[in-house]
Structure formats: C-alpha cells, structure tokens
Design a protein around this ligand. Structure first.
Ligand code: HSE
Length: 399
C-alpha cells in the first residue's frame, strides 16, 4: 500500500482527494498497488467531513514520516510551497504539483534535487490543467523534433475574448462577468496581463529544449487593450482574436512570446472557445497535433495530479525519469523574430504603409478616418519602427 500526503485541501486538493478515493479501483490497477491518503495538510479544520480523519496542521509530521512516499503540493504560491517541496524531495519523497508558479520559478532546481534523490518531481497539471501535454511532450513525442508550440493556455482570457467577440461587449464588462463567475480573480492581472500563459509556455519550451526558458525573458502582452473595434475588424475578415502563447524552436534558438493574435479558420486554435484551453504542437514527423480540454477546474486539474501520483507509485523501486532543465535556453531577441500582423492606422498613413510594409489586404470603413491592413511576415523590430512612423492605432500579431 503506497502512502500519499496532500498539501492543501482547497479546490484542487479536495479534488485530488476525491479522485484518489472515488476512483481507487482504477487508480490501484494503474499504479500496481493500492494508494492510501495518509495525511492532508491544511490550516483549517473540516469538522464532520471524511478528510477530518487524516487532517494534520503540521508539515513536520508528513516530511518525517518514512511511510509517505508521495507528496502532492496543491497549495499554490511560492511560500511555503517551495520549502515544503524541496524538503520532501530531500527526504526521498516524490512530489506532484499543479503549481505553475513554483515550476516556472524553481523547476530546474527542484528537478535536479529530485534526480539527486532518485525520486520524481512531476507537474502535469501545471500547464493546461486536465489536458495531457507534458507527458505527451516527454514520452509520446520524444522521437520528434518539435518545431512549434502555440496555445491558448489561459481559460479566463479565452472566456473574456470569446464573449467580447460573440456579444460585441467591452473588455471591462466581460472581465466583471468573468469575475462574478469565479473565472477571474479579484486581482485579475496574472490572467489578463498574460503572466499565467507566459509561465506555462516557458515551462513547455523548457521541456522541449531540455534547458530553462526563463518566463521573465518571454515578451508578454495581455488582453486589456483589446477593444470592440479590434473585434469588428477581425470579424470583417472572419477571424478571431485569441491570447496566444507560442514557442518556435530553431537551430539558432527559441522564439517565445505571449500576445493577442488574430487567427483565421485555418488555425486549429480558432475553434477553441470559452474557458477551454488548446495546445497546438507541430512535430517534424508527426505533423500537427491539437490537445484541447479544460485548462482549469477542480476535477480536470485533479485528474492530471492523480495521474502523476499513479506514475510515482508505479515507478517505486525503478530508476526515475525526471525531466531536466539544465542551463539556460538561448532565446532569439523578439525584434529579430518575424510575424504577420494586423495594423489599424490613420487613413493618411496608408500610402506610406504600402511603401514600407508588405501589405496583403486592406479594410476601410470599420471606423471613420482609419484603415486596417494585414501584412505578411516582417521582423518585429521593423514592425515596431514602422508603427511609430505610421502613428498606428493598434498592431496585433496575425497567425
Ligand atoms: N487562471 C488560469 C486560467 C487557471 O484562467 O486558465 C489556472 O492556471
């Protein structure tokens, strides 16, 4: 019987408790032995609830118990999560976490600690919630050269943009709505400013390169500047605006960014709406793949964490297959990367735009006095310079 401790009995923690309990038959068949939740750590009490029997308030009890072989960290944040996780690994316990902030900040170090102690540090739920994406990149695609990952990695912003597009409403109105439904936090900046998606793409890019892609180095733009007019322009071309987190892998380095992007129906991500997440992966042998599903939520996230627990238990006594983010990945400076773009600009700048940019198509009449143009791939640095010269109203990436 494998003994597990869960740190945190919030939404995800109680979900992991439920999955391991409700699906115990399936879980033990997959793991090769039964799994017992020996402890749940939380500051609160849960009188009358089944979890009460295993509830503890003191982490020392867990970390010093040699029977506990797997620790599930689902508290979120960095403090005290980092200390708890580090100590669990050093004590010879495998750790499964859904905490993307922890992985983005301390992933390289924690993976190294896990390898040194022959235990696992797994984090399937940290990117895409319930969508299997880390394991496919690690295992199923390990013989492919991955050229590109592009994803809708944040459900809150996808929900807001989808509603804006469908209803012609403003960003502010839809943010309030997302908050009232519990999708967006009271302080929504991690989602709407793109930082959540940024951490997730940095983790995925680190997995592909085997080196750390620092999230702090990923150019990141959120959705707060997206307006109803932008949506109307997109609709005129039968396109949508999505918050895309992308990483391109080439011999000279990784290009990574998070930005609102105009997509057409030829993109598989065009069809990923509402709070759903989607990750498009292109491998040189397998071609295009799309992983899609619930990127957050109690049970989808718990499903991914519980699967990590199963892997930890199944690997008892075997050499451990941890990922490794050793050293820093070379990032191509954003200005050197290329992108197609949609540009809103004053009508009087149009003549100049036609001379200095590869204009593919134009649109007039969406807003008096201005035009919209689509340009084919240009260097981001040149785009920025042109935008300044043309006094543009808005520049968005296009895919
Ligand atoms: N806040 C995230 C989202 C979920 O909206 O997708 C957790 O990663």
């Amino acid at each position: 019987m494998a003994k597990v401790a869960i740190l945190g009995y919030g939404t995800v923690g109680s979900g992991v408790y439920d999955v391991l309990t409700k699906n115990s038959a399936r879980v033990s068949t997959s793991a090769g032995e039964a799994i017992e939740i020996k402890y749940v750590l939380d500051l609160r009490d849960f009188p009358g609830q089944p979890v009460e029997k295993v509830l503890v308030h003191d982490y020392e009890k867990i970390v010093s118990d040699p029977e506990v072989s797997v620790v599930v960290e689902v508290m979120g944040g960095l403090k005290p999560s980092y200390d708890f996780v580090k100590r669990a690994l050093e004590a010879g316990k495998s750790v499964c976490t859904s905490n993307k902030a922890l992985v983005a900040e301390y992933g390289p170090e924690l993976l190294k600690t896990a390898a040194e102690h022959n235990v696992l540090f797994l984090f399937e739920a940290a990117v895409g919630g319930g969508i299997p994406i880390i394991r496919p990149l690690r295992d199923c695609l390990s013989a492919d050269r991955i050229d590109r990952i592009a994803g809708i990695l944040n459900g809150t912003t996808n929900y807001i943009l989808t509603r804006m597009e469908r209803e012609g409403s403003t960003y502010g109105e839809m943010l309030k709505d997302a908050q009232s439904l519990g999708y967006a936090e009271r302080d929504p900046s991690a989602d709407v400013d793109g930082w959540d998606a940024c951490r997730k793409i940095a983790i995925l890019a680190s997995i592909v390169t085997g080196k750390q892609v620092r999230y702090q180095d990923v150019p990141t733009e959120g959705i707060a500047q997206i307006t109803r007019e932008d949506m109307r322009y997109a609709a005129e071309w039968d396109m949508k605006i999505k918050l895309i987190a992308a990483a391109d892998f080439a011999d000279d380095g990784v290009s990574c960014h998070v930005a609102p992007t105009m997509l057409g129906r030829d993109s598989q991500l065009y069809y990923v709406d509402d709070v759903i997440n989607g990750v498009h992966v292109h491998g040189d042998q397998v071609g295009n793949l799309l992983f899609t599903g619930a990127g957050a939520g109690k049970y989808p996230t718990a499903s991914a964490v519980a699967c990590d627990v199963v892997e930890c238990v199944r690997s008892a006594g075997l050499p451990k297959r941890n990922l490794s983010f050793a050293g820093k990945a070379a990032l191509v400076p954003e200005d050197e990367t290329t992108t197609a773009a949609f540009i809103r600009l004053p009508e009087e700048s149009l003549e100049e735009a036609r001379k200095c940019l590869p204009v593919l198509k134009e649109i007039h009449g969406v807003k008096p006095g201005e035009a919209g143009i689509a340009v084919s791939a240009v260097k981001v640095g040149d785009l920025k310079a042109a935008a300044e010269k043309l006094k543009t109203v808005k520049v968005l990436r296009m895919a």
